[in-house]
Design a protein around this ligand. Structure first.
Ligand code: 0X9
Ligand code: ZN
Length: 422
């Protein structure tokens, strides 16, 4: 019986190797853009660009929904290789794994991607388990569909003077599921080590950590229930059948200037005005209410990158040397923990994009605003297997400690003040 099963399996896998995926299959292509005409084609198309190369000649991952989109793309002369052969198959595998993980007994919270409701229950349980360290801040505002955006604070009761604030933002992009898990994982580490680990104790003496693990709850739920590849919020756009605003283009920092679209059908649609969306308004008001803001990390996937200012322009920031040191220390800590390489670069080296959370934090909230793009480098892309939640959480925990230690020891320069000429 077992033998027959494995022969069958071998035959099936042989079939999937020898036969190309059917023409209607959604695929992810890894392409090299070589000239301005090809770039213009991408910008004018409705294609879903998953990631952009970090230099002019490095590859760009593009999702094509069917054979027609694939042929039209290849007809421009852009050279591509098939990177994810069958995206739908990858998503179904993920669903099977999620169901299996859900059946596990014991505390399996981080063995699976959790729903919005499960994230909120975890917050409630922390409230009763760690009353000395955890403060539930309730809702910072409602999403466009009326869901609460949860927030909490972690610190200790020791007050040796005013503490600095560090902010973590998760799941502003719906399909980047690993972002929510990793953000919650950082809170889990802070709480479980709060009373026992000397370094964590000292960090909690000096900092208050503020967290919004799901800042785009509507998009996240939609990506769990209807369209796994959903990125934006769920705004109904006037005079368009396309829904959603890219919340990471909706902040009031060079809004609309670079890497953003005025078309509601595009994944990077910026909205009708800066802060047109209730989610970005809520984040803004919350962050501006935090005392002694030192730094913030907006957590995304994928690409394995530690991104520092600026994201909207390729012109180096006036504090480039300091910011590079901070980013490099995060990257080095990650590598030392897991051996996984993240690149530490200015955001615009990935591609310039304005109106984003990171630059807004730096320029307007006057804190060190970073983005981290988590695992992987494109093998699974957004559909990162759940067994990578804990390893990703652990390596970012190393990075987060380095981030906080750096901010404890250094005052970061205000990048909106031009440097004094010597
Ligand atoms: O495009 C984005 O919003 C981020 N990449 S993602 O693939 N997760 O969508 C990168 C944002 C980097 N920051 C700025 N360019 N300001
Ligand atoms: Zn993102």
């Amino acid at each position: 019986m077992q033998l027959r099963q494995s022969i069958l399996l071998a035959a099936v896998s042989l079939l999937s190797v020898t036969h190309a995926a059917p023409v209607s299959t959604e695929q992810v292509l890894r392409c090299t853009i070589t000239d301005a005409a090809q770039q213009a084609y991408l910008e004018s198309s409705d294609l879903d660009i998953w990631s952009h190369g970090i230099s002019a000649n490095s590859p760009t991952d593009i999702r094509v929904k069917n054979a027609a989109e694939r042929s039209a793309l290849l007809a421009t002369g852009i050279s591509c290789e098939t990177f994810i052969e069958d995206l739908a198959a990858l998503i179904s595998e993920e669903q099977v794994e999620n169901r299996l993980a859900a059946r596990q007994t014991g505390d399996s919270y981080f063995s699976n991607y959790q729903s919005y409701a499960a994230i909120r229950s975890k917050i409630q349980s922390w409230k009763s388990t760690y009353p000395d360290y955890f403060t539930d801040l309730g809702s910072i505002g409602k999403s466009i569909e009326g869901r609460d955006i949860p927030a909490f604070k972690i610190t200790n009761n020791k007050s040796t003077g005013p503490k600095k604030s560090i902010y973590f933002n998760g799941l502003i992009h719906a399909r980047e599921w690993i972002s929510g898990s990793t953000t919650m994982y950082q809170a889990h580490k802070l709480l479980t080590l709060a009373s026992t680990d000397a370094q964590v104790k000292s960090l909690l003496d000096q900092f208050e950590f503020y967290v919004t693990p799901v800042s785009n709850p509507d998009g996240y739920e939609f990506s769990r229930t209807s369209d796994r590849m959903w990125r934006k919020n769920r705004r109904v756009n006037r005079s368009s059948s396309c829904k959603g605003v890219d919340l990471n283009r909706n902040f009031d920092e060079h809004w609309g200037v670079a890497g953003t679209s005025s078309s509601p059908c595009q994944e990077n649609y910026r909205g009708t005005a800066a802060f047109s969306e209730p989610e970005t308004q809520a984040i803004k008001n919350f962050v501006l209410s935090l005392p002694n803001r030192a730094g913030g990390i907006d957590i995304h996937s994928y690409g394995q990158l530690v991104l520092r200012p600026w994201g909207w322009t390729a012109t180096p920031s006036s504090g480039e040397a300091q910011y590079k040191r901070l980013g490099d220390s995060v990257q080095a800590a990650i590598r030392a923990q897991s051996g996984v390489s993240y690149q530490s670069i200015p955001g615009a080296d990935l591609y310039p994009a304005s109106g984003a959370t990171d630059d807004w934090m730096t320029a307007k909230a006057k804190m060190a605003g970073f983005t981290i793009e988590l695992r992987d480098e494109g093998r699974y892309g957004f559909v990162l297997p759940a067994n990578q939640i804990v390893p990703t959480g652990e390596e970012i925990w190393a990075g987060v400690k380095a981030f906080a230690e750096y901010l404890a020891a250094n005052e970061m320069p205000d990048l909106t003040i031009p440097p004094r000429k010597l």
